[in-house]
Structures are given as structure tokens and as C-alpha cells.
Design a binder for this molecule. Structure first.
Ligand code: HAM
Length: 459
């Protein structure tokens, strides 16, 4: 190749390299990143959830994110929105039909059967926390990946269990200063529901009603008429206003159970709203169904400009699910609450996060010699079990103390040139800003003295 052509080609290559833009990636629609500060809310919520689990004797379990697709088809239900419209399902490399879990209950029920938990003393009380995936239309409080905390009880049929679960949901939000109201209904058992559904169909068959239903409800009318009741379309909501109510059709057992649950709630002073249209969108429920919504707001505006209260948590009894999945008949009840929605509420209400100063000891230095010594002191103190923090890469003392403040350190130990020569070190109380020069050899005694004192004050 002639030299001049070669040079030209090289230049052209260089230029195109300079111009080439590397495509950046962004999150998938409906998915969120959680960055540092946001985790303060997560920590708060997860701690509250774990504390309640401990108080009420729920034990932590986890299940895989991926399960067989037919697990959800058989439990959540083929005709539910979750399964028919929202599931992330695919065929994996072993030709198996699988799905990212859209809800936790089927996986927990599968685990209960698979691990023979029915052989252990009942009830089994599970506490579960993890991400779930639903391909929904994203909007405020509705994402395609969300995180739930679930509390479930297996092997206990009595109404006190339903009431205790509702109490936990109620306590969770109230203790985080988010006032909630409980919406509650009973959808009976398969027996008494039969008669009710016949009446409901009769009602919807009355002149002019069916033609005004939305397309989804037209399908629901054929496949799952109970779900006509919880449609959020304006026309469908108007039509259902005078529909027969299921509570009027409950059999003796279901009625008694429901009354007892309400009695417990009354006794606990939990405010609830009997909502005859609450049926929940998942197939496995029977008897009690409930949701918790924010008590003092009008709800979120949706695409049609209508206000809807978004549910912060929901659940109910599912006495037939274990059997449906091949286990022995086992009553069960539980609920799930959405962490992201709870965080939205906490932020909306400007509920301050308690900034507790941690027992961190921050080690600050001024000058190369001090840095060397502090570097070693950090390791020594860490190995001795102290919660030490540092910012060795920073030279300025101001910047280091700002770091100490940011992480909420209780005390800082500051070693400068003068202290290095004198064999001393400064201890600074980060809250009050007071400082004292102490003997370097007495660091541990002085730190312990202060931490012990703090412990006494806080107890
Ligand atoms: P669920 O009502 O579908 O119930 O969801 C429970 C909670 O998860 C909702 O109240 C809401 O806070 C949150 N949530 C649901 N979908 C989303 C979303 N797309 N974006 C943000 N948050 C969401 C269940 O999943 C049942 N498995 C609960 C249960 C447990 N029933 C018995 N045990």
C-alpha cells in the first residue's frame, strides 16, 4: 500500500474512533435502583418487620426467585391478571417452563409441602422477604419489580390467627407512624360461594348491565364472576353498586368465623371498614380477605384522573391451597406488604428517620507520620472488636471530621504532629464538639469509659 494511502487510512480510523459514542445502558422500565440514602428507609422497615416477626414467633424462610410456571398457574390461578397478563415466564435451557415469582405465597406453600413441615408441631409461622416481578403498567407505587414482606401461618384454622395477622399489618404501619385502615371482607368457602355466584350472575344478566362492562369484566363474567367486584373501571364500579353482597350468603361456619375475626379486631381497637367489594385478585383465598390502606389520604390519581387508594398490604385465608398443590389438607392464612409503597408513605408524611449515633470511633490524622500510626491503630482497634471508621485518603482535618459526622460517629480520636511528639491524642465527642487531650497509652481505657457511660445513659 502506498505510504500516503496508509497514512490517510490511519487518520480516518483514528477520527472515527474519536467520534464513536459508546451506548449507555439504563434501567428497564418499571425497575428501580436503590442507592445509599434510600437504604436508611429499607433498614428501618426491615428492622420493624423482623422485630414483629420475633415478637409473634414467625421464623424466616426464603424461596427461589425462579419456580415452575405451573406452580403459579395452579395456585394463583390461570385467569388472574397476575398469571394471565403480568408474569415474566420463559422456557429455560432445559426446556422447562419457568417464571420469575410474581408473588410469594405459592413458593412458600410449595416449600411447606416439599420439606414436610406438616410433620413438625403446628402452626408453622413463616416470615419471608424478597423481590417479586409483575409486568404491570408502571406508575407511582407500582413497579415491575417490587419487594414484599410476608407473614404466613400454616396449620391453624381459628379466627384468632386471622386477627393476629391483621394486627401485625396494622402494627407495622402504625409503629412507623403511617396511619392505616383495614379493609376487610369474607368471601366464604367454595360451598357458600356457589350460591352467591349464581345470584351475582343473575344480577349482572339483568338488562343493560353486561354490555356496559369493560372488556376485562366481560371475560371475568364468564371465567371468574367474583372478580367483577374489584374492577376499578368507573362504569363497572357503578354497575356493582347494587350487586348482592357475599356476607349475606355465608354458611354458618364462615359467618361465625368472620364475626369472631371482627370481634378480635374490635377488642384490639383496630379500625376497619367492611368492604363488600374486596375479593382480592388471587384465586386461592377463602373466608377472610383484607387489605390495609393509608388512613388519612384520598389515594393516588390514576391515568383516568380517578383517585384510588393504593393498598399497602393485603392477604387473607387460603385453607385449600396446600391441598391444591398436593399436600394434605392444611388451613393457612397470611399477608404481604410492599416495602416500596411503605417507603413512599413514610416520605410523603415527612416522618423523620431517627439518626442514632452509632458506637463508631472515628480515627483522624494530620500529617504523614500520624497517618502511619493511625493506620496501624485502626487495625489494632478493629481486631479488638471496636467499631472503627476512618478517611485515611483525606488530608484536611475538617474533611475528616465531616466524614465522621456523616456516618454518625460518637467519638473521634485525632492525632496531629503535636500529639505525636507529646505521646497524647485528642478525643472529641462528636455530638457536643468537646475535646480532651488524653495520654496515647490510655486510649482504650478512655474510650471504654465513655462508651460504658453512654450505655448506662441509654439504658
Ligand atoms: P398482593 O395484594 O398482590 O398480595 O400484594 C401485596 C402487597 O404488595 C400490595 O398490597 C402492595 O403493597 C405490594 N405490591 C403488589 N404489587 C406491587 C407492585 N407492582 N408494585 C409495588 N408494590 C406492589 C400478594 O401478593 C399475596 N401473595 C399476599 C399474601 C401472603 N397472601 C397470603 N399470604
Amino acid at each position: 500500500m502506498p505510504k500516503i494511502v496508509k497514512e490517510k487510512n490511519e487518520k480516518a480510523n483514528k477520527d472515527s474512533g474519536r467520534q464513536r459514542r459508546v451506548e449507555r445502558f439504563s434501567r428497564l422500565r418499571g425497575m428501580k435502583d436503590i442507592l445509599f440514602d434510600e437504604y436508611r428507609y429499607w433498614d428501618l422497615l426491615l428492622k420493624k418487620a423482623a422485630d414483629l416477626a420475633e415478637v409473634y414467633d414467625f421464623r424466616r424462610i426464603d424461596t427461589p426467585v425462579l419456580e415452575r410456571l405451573d406452580l403459579y398457574e395452579r395456585s394463583t390461578g390461570m385467569d388472574t391478571d397476575v398469571v394471565s397478563k403480568e408474569m415474566y415466564s420463559f422456557i429455560d435451557k432445559s426446556e422447562e417452563k419457568v417464571a420469575l415469582r410474581p408473588e410469594a405465597t405459592p413458593g412458600i406453600a410449595r416449600a411447606y409441602i416439599e420439606h414436610g413441615l406438616f410433620n413438625q408441631p403446628q402452626p408453622i409461622k413463616t416470615f419471608w422477604c424478597g423481590p417479586l416481578f409483575r409486568h404491570e403498567k408502571p406508575q407511582s407505587g407500582r413497579t415491575r419489580q417490587h419487594t414484599q414482606i410476608n407473614y404466613d401461618v400454616f396449620g391453624e384454622a381459628g379466627p384468632v390467627t386471622d386477627a393476629q395477622l391483621i394486627l401485625i399489618a396494622y402494627n407495622f404501619f402504625n409503629e412507623l407512624q403511617v396511619g392505616v385502615q383495614v379493609q376487610i371482607n369474607s368471601i366464604g368457602c367454595p360451598e357458600c360461594r356457589k350460591e352467591y355466584i349464581a345470584k351475582l350472575i343473575e344480577y349482572y344478566k339483568e338488562r343493560g348491565k353486561r354490555s356496559r362492562l369493560c372488556n376485562d369484566c366481560k371475560k371475568r363474567f364468564v371465567k371468574n364472576p367474583l372478580r367483577l367486584l374489584d374492577c376499578k373501571e368507573k362504569d363497572c364500579m357503578e354497575i356493582r353498586e347494587d350487586a348482592p353482597q357475599i356476607v349475606d350468603f355465608l354458611c354458618d361456619g364462615c359467618r361465625e368465623h368472620f364475626i369472631k375475626v371482627l370481634e378480635y379486631l374490635d377488642e384490639l381497637g383496630i379500625s376497619y371498614n367492611l368492604n363488600p367489594f374486596l375479593v382480592r385478585g388471587l384465586d386461592y383465598y377463602n373466608r377472610t380477605v383484607f387489605e390495609v390502606v393509608s388512613a388519612d389520604d384520598e389515594g393516588e390519581k390514576d391515568e383516568d384522573g380517578q383517585r384510588r387508594q393504593i393498598s399497602l398490604g393485603g392477604g387473607g385465608r387460603y385453607d385449600n391451597l396446600i391441598e391444591t398443590l398436593g399436600g394434605r389438607t392444611t388451613p393457612a392464612c397470611g399477608f404481604g406488604l410492599g416495602i416500596e409503597r411503605a417507603i413512599i408513605k413514610i416520605k410523603e408524611k415527612n416522618i423523620p428517620l431517627k439518626e442514632e449515633r452509632k458506637n463508631y470511633i472515628f480515627l483522624a490524622q494530620l500529617g504523614e507520620q500520624s497517618r502511619l500510626k493511625i493506620f496501624a491503630l485502626f487495625e489494632e482497634m478493629r481486631r479488638a472488636g471496636y467499631r472503627v471508621k476512618q478517611a485515611f485518603t483525606k488530608d484536611s482535618l475538617k474533611a475528616q471530621l465531616e466524614s465522621a459526622d456523616r456516618i454518625g460517629a460518637k467519638y473521634s480520636l485525632i492525632l496531629g504532629q503535636k500529639e505525636l511528639l507529646d505521646g497524647t491524642i485528642i478525643i472529641r465527642d462528636m455530638e457536643s464538639g468537646t475535646q480532651e487531650v488524653i495520654d496515647y497509652k490510655k486510649i482504650y481505657a478512655e474510650v471504654n469509659k465513655r462508651l460504658d457511660l453512654d450505655k448506662q445513659v441509654n439504658n
